[in-house]
Design a protein around this ligand. Structure first.
Ligand SMILES: [Zn+2]
Length: 268
């Protein structure tokens, strides 16, 4: 039985090296880089949905420099004892975390709506299955996945429930209340604390909380890394241009990253 379903008619997809197709004759080519675009034109809400190429490249450079390695390593350590066979990473971007997860889980699938991100991911790693697709309609069969991860990404709870196996788990990472606090103080008159509990509340009816932790570490940023971080966070777009310019002119900036990590298990 195929893990994957057709995004148009939801029939199982027959996975072949050059294209994936369903019994209704819908067919999706495997791109030269190895990913499959399962986002039908009619499901796109804009011509180029998701993060643009500049944001993707900034994030790739920032993450490859290792700034978020403490978070990545903590997540891999949390996944290992679960012994999941399949993991779906929703909103995987250019795949920094999905690639790391493939060290702990035999079959990892990364899905993102942004084609530039998936193309870059596929170019650098062939061990993960990379899909352009919508989180609103995940192209995965019912009860096919052991673990779903979503890091700073959409949380389509009904779709997550559908694709998870009966006692499957969800790994959520969201900014902790004080994430990048001093950086945000430079950008805004008043800084609002993030609210991780808001996400938890949405899951409580159908999931049990198995683990909760906060991961914090200092970021010592030179000018280039600071600019990359600003490009990859949503904050800079909402800041006044003069405040952003002032911050970007700093030669060095030190701040703290803080994340809330939640592991939830589907109730049977
Ligand atoms: Zn079909």
């Amino acid at each position: 039985m195929s893990l994957f379903i057709c995004p148009l008619c939801r029939a199982p997809l027959n996975v072949q090296p050059k294209s994936w197709s369903c019994g209704q004759g819908h067919s999706f080519d495997v791109a030269r880089e190895g990913y499959v675009n399962l986002l039908p034109v009619q499901h796109k809400h804009s011509r180029k949905p998701g993060d643009n190429a500049d944001m993707v490249l900034a994030r790739r450079a920032f993450l490859q420099a290792g700034f978020y390695a403490p978070l990545r390593d903590a997540l891999v350590a949390l996944l290992r004892p679960l012994q999941a066979q399949t993991l779906l990473d929703i909103g995987c971007g250019e795949g920094y975390y999905s690639v790391a997860f493939s060290r702990a889980v035999p079959e990892v699938i990364g899905v993102d709506i942004a084609k530039p991100a998936i193309r870059l991911a596929a170019k650098s790693c062939r061990e993960v299955i990379w899909l352009v697709g919508s989180s609103a309609l995940l192209p995965l069969a019912d009860a096919s996945i052991d673990c779903v991860s979503s890091l700073f990404s959409p949380l389509p709870i009904d779709e997550i429930l559908r694709v998870l196996k009966p006692t499957g788990t969800v790994l959520l990472v969201t900014p902790a209340p004080e994430h990048l606090w001093t950086l945000r103080q430079q950008l805004f008159e008043t800084v609002q604390a993030h609210e991780p509990d808001k996400f938890l509340a949405d899951f409580e009816a159908q999931f049990e909380l198995r683990h909760r932790s906060q991961i914090e570490f200092e970021l010592r940023l030179a000018k280039t890394s600071l600019k990359q971080l600003l490009l990859m966070t949503p904050y800079a777009w909402r800041a006044k241009p003069d405040r952003r310019a002032a911050l970007e002119s700093s030669e060095k900036f030190t701040t703290s990253a803080a994340f809330t990590v939640l592991l939830l298990q589907k109730k049977t």
